[in-house]
Design a binder for this molecule. Structure first.
Ligand code: ADP
Ligand code: MG
Length: 335
């Protein structure tokens, strides 16, 4: 039986530092990344693709805000925006990868599945939202938002609106925080752990038939199940963790996390920096505990890589797309 591999495209695969995010730029990036997949596909593996959507969904949320101000259009919630970016990015992957497959003489289909991802309503992340999303607001605007929502401004919240530190103000279920760089206030949402991927059995079946399936874009659309009913929640699921979970659910053998660094390092950006070649999940856990990987960037990748091998995967690899042709490239994490 063919191996199944999950490839998670990082932000860089879709948009590079300094780029604005024009359609042209995104097409060029997606095409380059899809071309880099060809050596892996040529080995005959079943392929599942996951991807990030940070800049894309960020822009989408700003469009919602601008549309409301300029044309009084109803603002669509985050789950709509994630679904839209899954659709648009998946569409680019379908076209770009199909063109690369044809050029390589490979006859396989590429499809995209919109992916609700189930999270636990009692996940402690909901008590501690950390992920900034959407537009920046001034202290004045924050007070207006609070007034609009009918939240009373107690002294503590009022003070926190006026000082420029990362103080949290909780109002009617929404949390706003002052951005660390001092750009203003932003809504922060929870980043709960993914529990299950809707349609994962279908994704497995299609992948094993040779169809290349894109799913869990942007980490998936977070939903909770309440009394048997699926319900969207305002949250962001880490795309590396969601891709690892999809790997486990589809019985994948290998997980490739593609990013903009060739390997993970210990003592990152210090004189004694050392690239990690092949390490066990145990070693990776120790480096995590010792703080070698930054939260919000490399740490979630390492956690995802560990989870995948602990749930039966053979190996996780962290590297750049252009190194995929080298079977020895990147940081390999094994059980
Ligand atoms: P992606 O969009 O691919 O998820 P991220 O920016 O989230 O990209 O993560 C990749 C970044 O992680 C690298 O550009 C690097 O700056 C950062 N990073 C943090 N700690 C480490 C580390 N220990 N080793 C390698 N990269 C690290
Ligand atoms: Mg990231």
């Amino acid at each position: 039986m063919n191996k199944t591999v999950v490839v998670a495209f990082g932000g860089n695969a879709l948009l590079q530092a300094g780029q604005k995010g024009t359609a042209r730029e995104q097409w060029d990036n997606v095409s380059r990344t899809c071309k880099a997949l060809i050596p892996l596909i040529k080995q005959g593996h079943n392929i599942v693709i996951g991807h990030g959507n940070g800049p894309q969904v960020g822009n989408e949320l700003l469009r919602q805000s601008a549309g409301k101000e300029r044309y009084e259009l109803p603002e669509m919630p985050m789950d709509f925006c994630v679904a839209e970016t899954q659709g648009s990015i998946g569409y680019m992957i379908e076209i770009a990868l199909t063109n690369e497959l044809r050029a390589a003489g490979i006859n396989r289909s590429v499809i995209t599945l919109l992916s609700p991802v189930i999270v636990n309503a009692s996940d402690s992340a909901f008590q501690n939202p950390t992920k900034p999303v959407g537009p920046y607001y001034t202290s004045k605007q924050i007070r207006e938002i609070m007034a609009f929502r009918g939240a009373s401004l107690n002294q503590k919240t009022k003070e926190s609106c006026e000082i420029s530190e990362g103080i949290v103000s909780v109002l009617t279920g929404e949390t706003y925080m002052i951005d660390a760089k001092g750009n203003g206030w932003r809504k922060v949402v929870a980043s709960p752990a993914p529990q299950d991927v809707m349609h994962s059995a279908l994704i497995k079946e299609q992948a094993e038939k040779g169809t290349i399936v894109t799913a869990v874009g942007g980490g998936g659309i977070p939903v909770v199940i309440k009394e048997g009913i699926y319900k969207p929640v305002e949250a962001v699921i880490d795309k590396d963790l969601a891709s690892a979970l999809l790997g486990s659910k589809t019985g994948a053998n290998e997980l490739y996390i593609l990013t903009d660094v060739p390997q993970a390092y210990i003592n990152f950006r210090q004189p004694n920096e050392k690239a990690l070649d092949k390490i066990t999940a145990e070693e990776a856990k120790k480096y995590l505990t010792d703080g070698h990987f930054k939260e919000g960037s490399m740490a979630p990748k390492i956690r995802a890589a560990i989870k995948f091998v602990e749930n039966g995967g053979e190996k996780s690899v962290i590297t750049t797309a252009d190194r995929l042709s080298d079977s020895n490239a990147g940081t390999k994490i094994i059980a």
